[in-house]
Every structure is written in C-alpha cells, then in structure tokens.
Write a protein that binds this ligand. Sequence first.
Ligand code: IPM
Ligand code: MN
Length: 340
Amino acid sequence: MSNQRTYRVAVLGGDGIGPEVTEAALEVVRAAGVSVATTPFDLGAARYLRDGFVMDDATLEQLRGFDAILLGAVGPAIGDTRIPGGVLERGLLLRMRFGLDLYINYRPFRGVPGSLAEGCEFAIVRENTEGPYAGEGGVLRYGTPHEVATQGSVNTRFGVERCVRYAFERAAALAKPKLTLVHKTNVLTFAGDLWSRVVGEVGSEFAGVEVDYNHVDAACIYLVESPKRYGVIVTDNLFGDILSDLAGAVTGGIGYAASANLNPARTGASLFEPVHGAAHDIVGTGRANPLAAVSSAVLMLEHLGETDAAARIARAVADFDGDVTALGTAGVTRELLERL
Ligand code: IPM
Ligand code: MN
C-alpha cells in the first residue's frame, strides 16, 4: 500500500467530457489507496466564453506549487467558431507546458485486442517546449498579395539533449532496450543533424540500448505495418504530436491514449492528461471512455513515486476486457474498482 502522504493535485477538468473522466480517474486513484487533496481550477473554453479569462501569471504560479496537475480536456465543440484558433492552445495548454517547463511529453501505447498493433507496447517521447511550437516567426504585409508568413523551428542543444537523455533512460528500462529517433534529417538538415549527433553522443552512455533511426514519413508506415519494431520513439514536438495520434489510432483509438507533460527536473508540477479531446457530442450521456484519463493518472502516480498503486491500476486497465460502449463511464470505472 501507499505511504501516508496526501498529494495536492490541481484538477483542471476543463470542457466537454473532461470533468467526467477526471472524476472517474480520481475515484480509481483513491480506491488504489492513494490520498489526494484536489483543488479545482475552472479553465478552458467554457470559462473563456463566460468571462474572457484564459490564464494569468498568478494562476500559473499557483499551479507550479502543486504535486501534480490532472487535466481532462480543453476546447469548444466542433463547429463552435467563437474562440479563434490558438487562444486556448497557446494561451492555456502551451502556456503551462512552457511556463512550467514541461519539457517531456511522454505517451505510452499498448495495442488493445483487435487493434492493428495488438499486443505491441511502445512509447513516444516528444520534446515539448521547442520545435515549431516555440512560436518563432511572424507575418509581414498581412492581407496583401505580398504577405509573408514564417514559422520557425527552435532546436537548442540544451532542449534536444535533455529530451534525448530522458528517452534513453526510458529505453534502458525496457526488457528489450531500444530507442528510435524519428526525424526528417534528409530535408530538415540543420535540426536533423543536431538531433542525430545528440542521439549519438548521449547514446554512448547507454551501451545496452539499441539505437535506430526512421524518417518521419517512413515511421508512419512502420507504425501501421510493423509497430512491434518500436520500444521508445524520441522525436521533435510537431512530429511527436502527429505520430502520437497515429499511434493512438493503431493501438485502439485515442480513447485509450494517456500522456504526461513532465518536468523531470521537478522545478514545477507536471501535468497529466488524456490525449483525446472534449467530445462535446457525448457530454453528460455517461458514454465517455475514462480509460485514457485513468491511464494518465497512472503516469501521475508513477511520477509521484506511488509505483505500487500505479502498477495495480495499470494492471486493472490492461486486464479490462469489457465493452466500453456498453458499460459507459460508470460501468468501466466500476469494473476497474472491482479489479483493484
Ligand atoms: C496534443 C494536442 C495539443 C498539441 C494542442 C491541443 C495544442 O494536440 O496534446 O497533442 O498540439 O500538442
Ligand atoms: Mn495532438
């Protein structure tokens, strides 16, 4: 069982099914014997539409002080055009990633029965604070025939190295230690060269880890045709974003995919969230699949050092063989509680 500690968790349920799935995840965490004191934060599309608030420095600093942040989903319903693109992405999600220095986006995948990648286990380690997401660039002569839009990709040795090192540490812990760098070194020669050299350098400290390289386009084929080949994939922010949706699709759908936005240096709280979105179309119907949120809570418990509770919940999720559609949120949660 866990120690006696009570963890302070900031809960950003967010929009759509976000609050439902985070509640289910917290129920499972508590049933595994971990004590959590939650503080709700009302952030996301609904809050923005209500009073124009996205995030401010004071809230960010408050979040930094928690043991962890659990997030449900953020975003308006599909077709709701009242919030311009970027307001919530840059203003809230990326603000937390950058502001709390959550430099790793760790996304583990396990192919569920019936999926293309059935039985395969691999993880994507995505750099989470640089690349095209850094926001370098701008627009000149806006709206004229001579308009220029540039969008740079930032790759610092510091940022690439800390990401690659984290990925090697993850890879080294696997039964079959393997790390694959995914990039586009044949076209993005400057950034690709930096990533390749850093993988070579850091890899020399991890003699037991097999190192491979795939171009990102080829990786899209391999993820579908031979996902068994992967252990840990390490890649840049944008490639990692795209590949992790594909990885979610081949392993059973993003209803299962969990993610951890990590600050391994622990200079601030890390953030845990399912990869899926707000799914406004099923909000309140009790049909939301809580498994991705539960698996994100597993990552949270691992980060907090509650490895025993994390392992037990992970096992319950892995052993779950019920019909998610038939059981719904409450039914799936009940089955997990029984398995604990
Ligand atoms: C994700 C999401 C985010 C991203 C968006 C919502 C900013 O797609 O977490 O993968 O692009 O990183
Ligand atoms: Mn994404």
